[in-house]
Design a protein around this ligand. Structure first.
Ligand code: MEV
Length: 323
């Protein structure tokens, strides 16, 4: 099935925003300390806060038919409320009377960083409304706390792209509490991609958990795969900076093979990857958590054909340039 989402290009408006993202190389391995490359996509979550007299925090996500009153006591929050609830607790706004309206233009559970983008949008809406003066660093740190609740082992890459909206090379800190390595990537030219969206919802928490279980059974074997992903990600950065798209495409294909070895691919993802390669993509791989979700294909030629073939097969496709 295709998700009931329309992929509008967000226009600049007064609502606070968090960016959706793709991971070009290095997902999953990044949780274990490898490098990863990510970039924002022109899809964002927007949010706006308003005062009310309702006596509580009311959250509305009209597109998803979600409406709830945030429970003051964290112990009584369901899994959806728990992650965003941290924002209100941390900013000491749980007792205010307000309405938060969220406009998610990032499709849900499609590996495009929707949960991190939503956290950033809500933090920024509160920052604007209550004039909290939060810096990007503070926004990012708070969104990371939400991501940690959403999936225990979050590397922090999604909230970082959601906050800064720039292509970057990322490596998590080796010790808790230390800052991650974040380097903005300056590319000679924009890189043309197609995002293929499978429509199969998949929670990153689930695929990250599966990889962890497998790693615990045989750490040496899995550490070897993570190291290979790390090495090819760094080669990929070089290829991007030299605008060597043939090489970048090869590296994306190999990265997908290794992600498949980690068993985070799916039937739909494999079909999307095959369609993209068959119609001229230089490289194609799953992006983000996998298990469904989305793929990215590198398409300096035949981009329209790749996108059209993906649509013909019943999936959604988006042409985006990164850099
Ligand atoms: C999800 O976008 C990327 C993963 O590597 C998880 C993470 O880095 O937190 C799968």
């Amino acid at each position: 099935g295709v998700p009931a989402t329309t992929l509008e290009q967000p226009s600049v408006d007064h609502r606070a925003c968090g960016h959706g993202k793709i991971i070009l190389l290095g997902e999953h391995a990044v949780v274990y300390g490898s490098h990863a490359v990510a970039a924002p996509v022109p899809l964002a979550v927007r949010a706006v806060a308003q005062d009310t007299k309702s006596g509580g925090v009311d959250m509305f996500i009209p597109r998803w038919g979600v409406e709830y009153r945030l429970h003051r006591d964290p112990a009584h929050r369901d899994s959806f409320q728990r992650s965003l609830g941290i924002i209100f607790d941390e900013l000491q706004l749980t007792d205010r009377s307000m309405r938060i309206e969220v406009f998610p233009n990032v499709p849900r559970a499609m590996g495009l960083g929707g949960s991190a983008a939503m956290a950033v949008a809500v933090i920024r809406a509160l920052d604007q409304h209550y004039k909290l003066g939060l810096s990007d660093e503070e926004t990012n740190a708070l969104a990371f706390r939400c991501e940690e609740v959403a999936h225990g082992s979050a590397s922090g890459i999604d909230n970082t792209v959601a906050t800064y909206g720039k292509p970057l090379l990322y490596k998590r800190a080796s010790k808790k509490g230390e800052a991650p390595m974040v380097r903005e990537l300056h590319l000679p030219k924009r890189i043309p991609l197609v995002i293929g969206i499978s429509g199969k919802e998949s929670l990153t928490a689930v695929t990250v958990g599966k990889v962890r279980t497998a790693w615990q059974r045989n750490p040496a074997l899995y550490d070897g795969i993570f190291q290979q992903i790390d090495a090819l990600t760094l080669q990929g950065v070089e290829a991007m900076q030299q605008y060597d798209l043939e090489r970048l495409g090869d590296l994306m294909n190999i990265c997908h093979g290794l992600l498949n070895a980690l068993r985070v691919s799916s039937w739909e993802v494999e079909e999307l990857v095959q369609i993209a390669r068959e119609h001229g993509a230089l490289g194609a791989k799953l992006t983000g958590g996998g298990g469904g979700g989305s793929i990215v294909a590198l398409c300096p030629q035949n981009r329209e054909k790749v996108a059209a073939s993906i649509r013909d097969a019943g999936y959604q496709a988006m042409e985006v340039d990164i850099g």
